[in-house]
Design a protein around this ligand. Structure first.
Ligand code: PFF
Length: 470
């Protein structure tokens, strides 16, 4: 009676869509600045280890649950573990998806604003110091923040209404190669800059004296966010995958593509940063302040700037699509809503949920006032107060995603039956049939992964700081 469930048009379509989810603001905006703040090479090495030892095993587990159940996140747990508390893991993901998308859309909106600024001639050829100040102006501009947030949500919703093959897959099939092309072009340019050598040394020169407990844990946290793990995005995308498709090489390709884009973004950003004498530890402003400032001094800067922020917006869009898809799929699969109905209602709800984030720079109540309000709470974990935007990011990245990842690891490695798990991994996969690889994956997922996640969470809650360990 149920309509035939949607599937990806091809395995490549799945990989591009899933890589599109993984590759986003986390790679182009967050990875370079977190690398900068953590002193470079050592952080990058730890991040790569986290991707291979923690991220990759979870990604396989997440896609496996989705493909086995052929259902979106809450329904998947319900059907694989009836009458249990496991669907809570799915619920957590739906809530995390709403929260992340609400502020993700605001940052993506900044990127749209910079396309507009580039096209309007405010960047190319302008005074670099004045260009740097543009971000401060945007940050407190309530109308611009709300407007671009609305535009980005509408674009995301229109694509998700298109559905799995028509919308998500088609968008990713076009956007992902476009992104790679642009990245490659910018990388070639970055290689000609005088700061390229210094940048390569910064990114790949491992200086272990820089490593602290906090560096290790931050690298691990970044690996979750960047691979879209722990909230059922990979699970939901995996549910549209057929049994003939190779789950193991898919997870490998997605992680490799994601890591490649993060490294490419750094290799583009840092040469510019060094060539123009900017501090790599500048923080979140690295992309929105320093890149345009550098573009301002370049011949053809307006064009480069437009290309760069188009790229960032594309990357954000293929991620926001997956965030909205997780949330919408729950209401479609569990509540019987039509796709259009689900996307419109939830898109509107998430837009409203994001309004305080959009206002965090320009409003006292959600900005400085909220910071004061939360100060006593964050003081418990040894942090300063945060505005609404930062509070949402903190809760989602440091609590909800790790908790979801833990649930997914425990479910696939401990709760799922051995025969079913083995058969699912092996279906359509040559690597999945190799006993030693299967066992290595399972052991990682059973022991190292839960241990690593619990460590991250304790860190995020400030327990180590409380105990005086870091
Ligand atoms: N992976 C995305 C990024 O790096 O920007 C963010 C993200 C997307 C996280 C989807 C979680 C998710 F489900």
């Amino acid at each position: 009676m149920a309509a035939k469930r949607a599937q990806w048009g091809s395995k490549l379509g799945f990989i591009l869509a899933a890589a599109g989810s993984a590759v986003g603001l986390g790679n182009v905006w967050k990875f370079p600045y977190v690398t900068g703040q953590n002193g470079g090479g050592a952080f990058v090495l730890l991040y790569l280890l986290a991707i291979v030892l923690v991220g990759l095993p979870i990604m396989m587990g997440e896609i496996l649950i989705g493909r086995m159940a052929q259902k979106s996140t809450v329904s998947a747990f319900r059907s694989l573990a009836p009458k249990s508390a496991w669907p809570l893991v799915g619920w957590l993901g739906v809530i995390a998806g709403m929260i992340i998308l609400s502020y993700y859309s605001v940052v993506a909106g900044w990127s749209l604003h910079y396309i507009y600024l580039s096209l309007s001639g405010a960047i190319g050829g302008a005074d670099p110091e004045a260009v740097k100040e543009l971000f401060g102006g945007l940050y407190v501009d309530t109308t611009a923040n709300l407007g671009w947030h609305a535009v980005f949500m509408v674009v995301t919703a229109v694509i998700v209404i298109g559905g799995v093959q028509q919308g998500v897959e088609r968008a990713a099939t076009f956007l992902m190669p476009a992104l790679f092309l642009m990245m490659t072009a910018m990388l070639v340019y970055a290689m000609t800059l005088p700061g390229f050598g210094e940048a390569v040394d910064f990114i790949f020169g491992v200086r272990f004296d820089q490593v602290t407990g906090a560096t290790v844990l931050e690298a691990l946290g970044q690996s979750f966010f960047t691979l879209s793990l722990g909230m059922g995005a990979m699970l939901t995308y995996g549910s549209y995958l057929s049994k003939q498709d190779d789950l193991v090489t898919s997870a490998l390709s997605i992680s490799a593509l994601d890591t490649a884009v993060a490294l490419m973004a750094s290799l583009v950003l840092f040469p510019i940063t060094f060539s123009y004498g900017i501090d790599p530890a500048d923080g979140p402003g690295l992309v929105f302040q320093n890149m345009p400032a550098a573009f301002a001094q370049l011949p053809g800067g307006a064009l480069w700037s437009t290309a760069f922020f188009l790229l960032l917006s594309f990357a954000a869009l293929t991620s926001s699509i997956s965030l909205l898809e997780v949330v919408a799929a729950y209401f479609i699969d569990e509540r019987g809503w039509t796709r259009r109905q689900a996307v419109i209602v939830l898109g509107a709800f998430i837009f409203v949920l994001g309004v305080p984030s959009a206002l965090s720079g320009g409003s006292q109540a959600f900005g400085a006032g909220f910071k004061d309000l939360t100060a006593p709470v964050f003081a418990i974990v040894g942090k300063e107060g945060m505005n609404w935007f930062d509070t949402f990011d903190y809760i989602a990245s440091n609590m909800l995603l790790p908790l979801g990842g833990l649930g997914i690891a425990l479910f696939s490695a401990w709760r799922m039956g051995e025969r079913a798990r083995r058969a699912e991994i092996a279906a359509g996969s040559t690597l999945g049939k190799i006993e030693a690889l299967y066992l290595a994956w399972l052991q990682l997922l059973r022991y190292l992964v839960p241990l690593a996640i619990v460590t991250v969470m304790l860190y995020a809650l400030g327990i180590f700081k409380l105990l005086g360990l870091i």
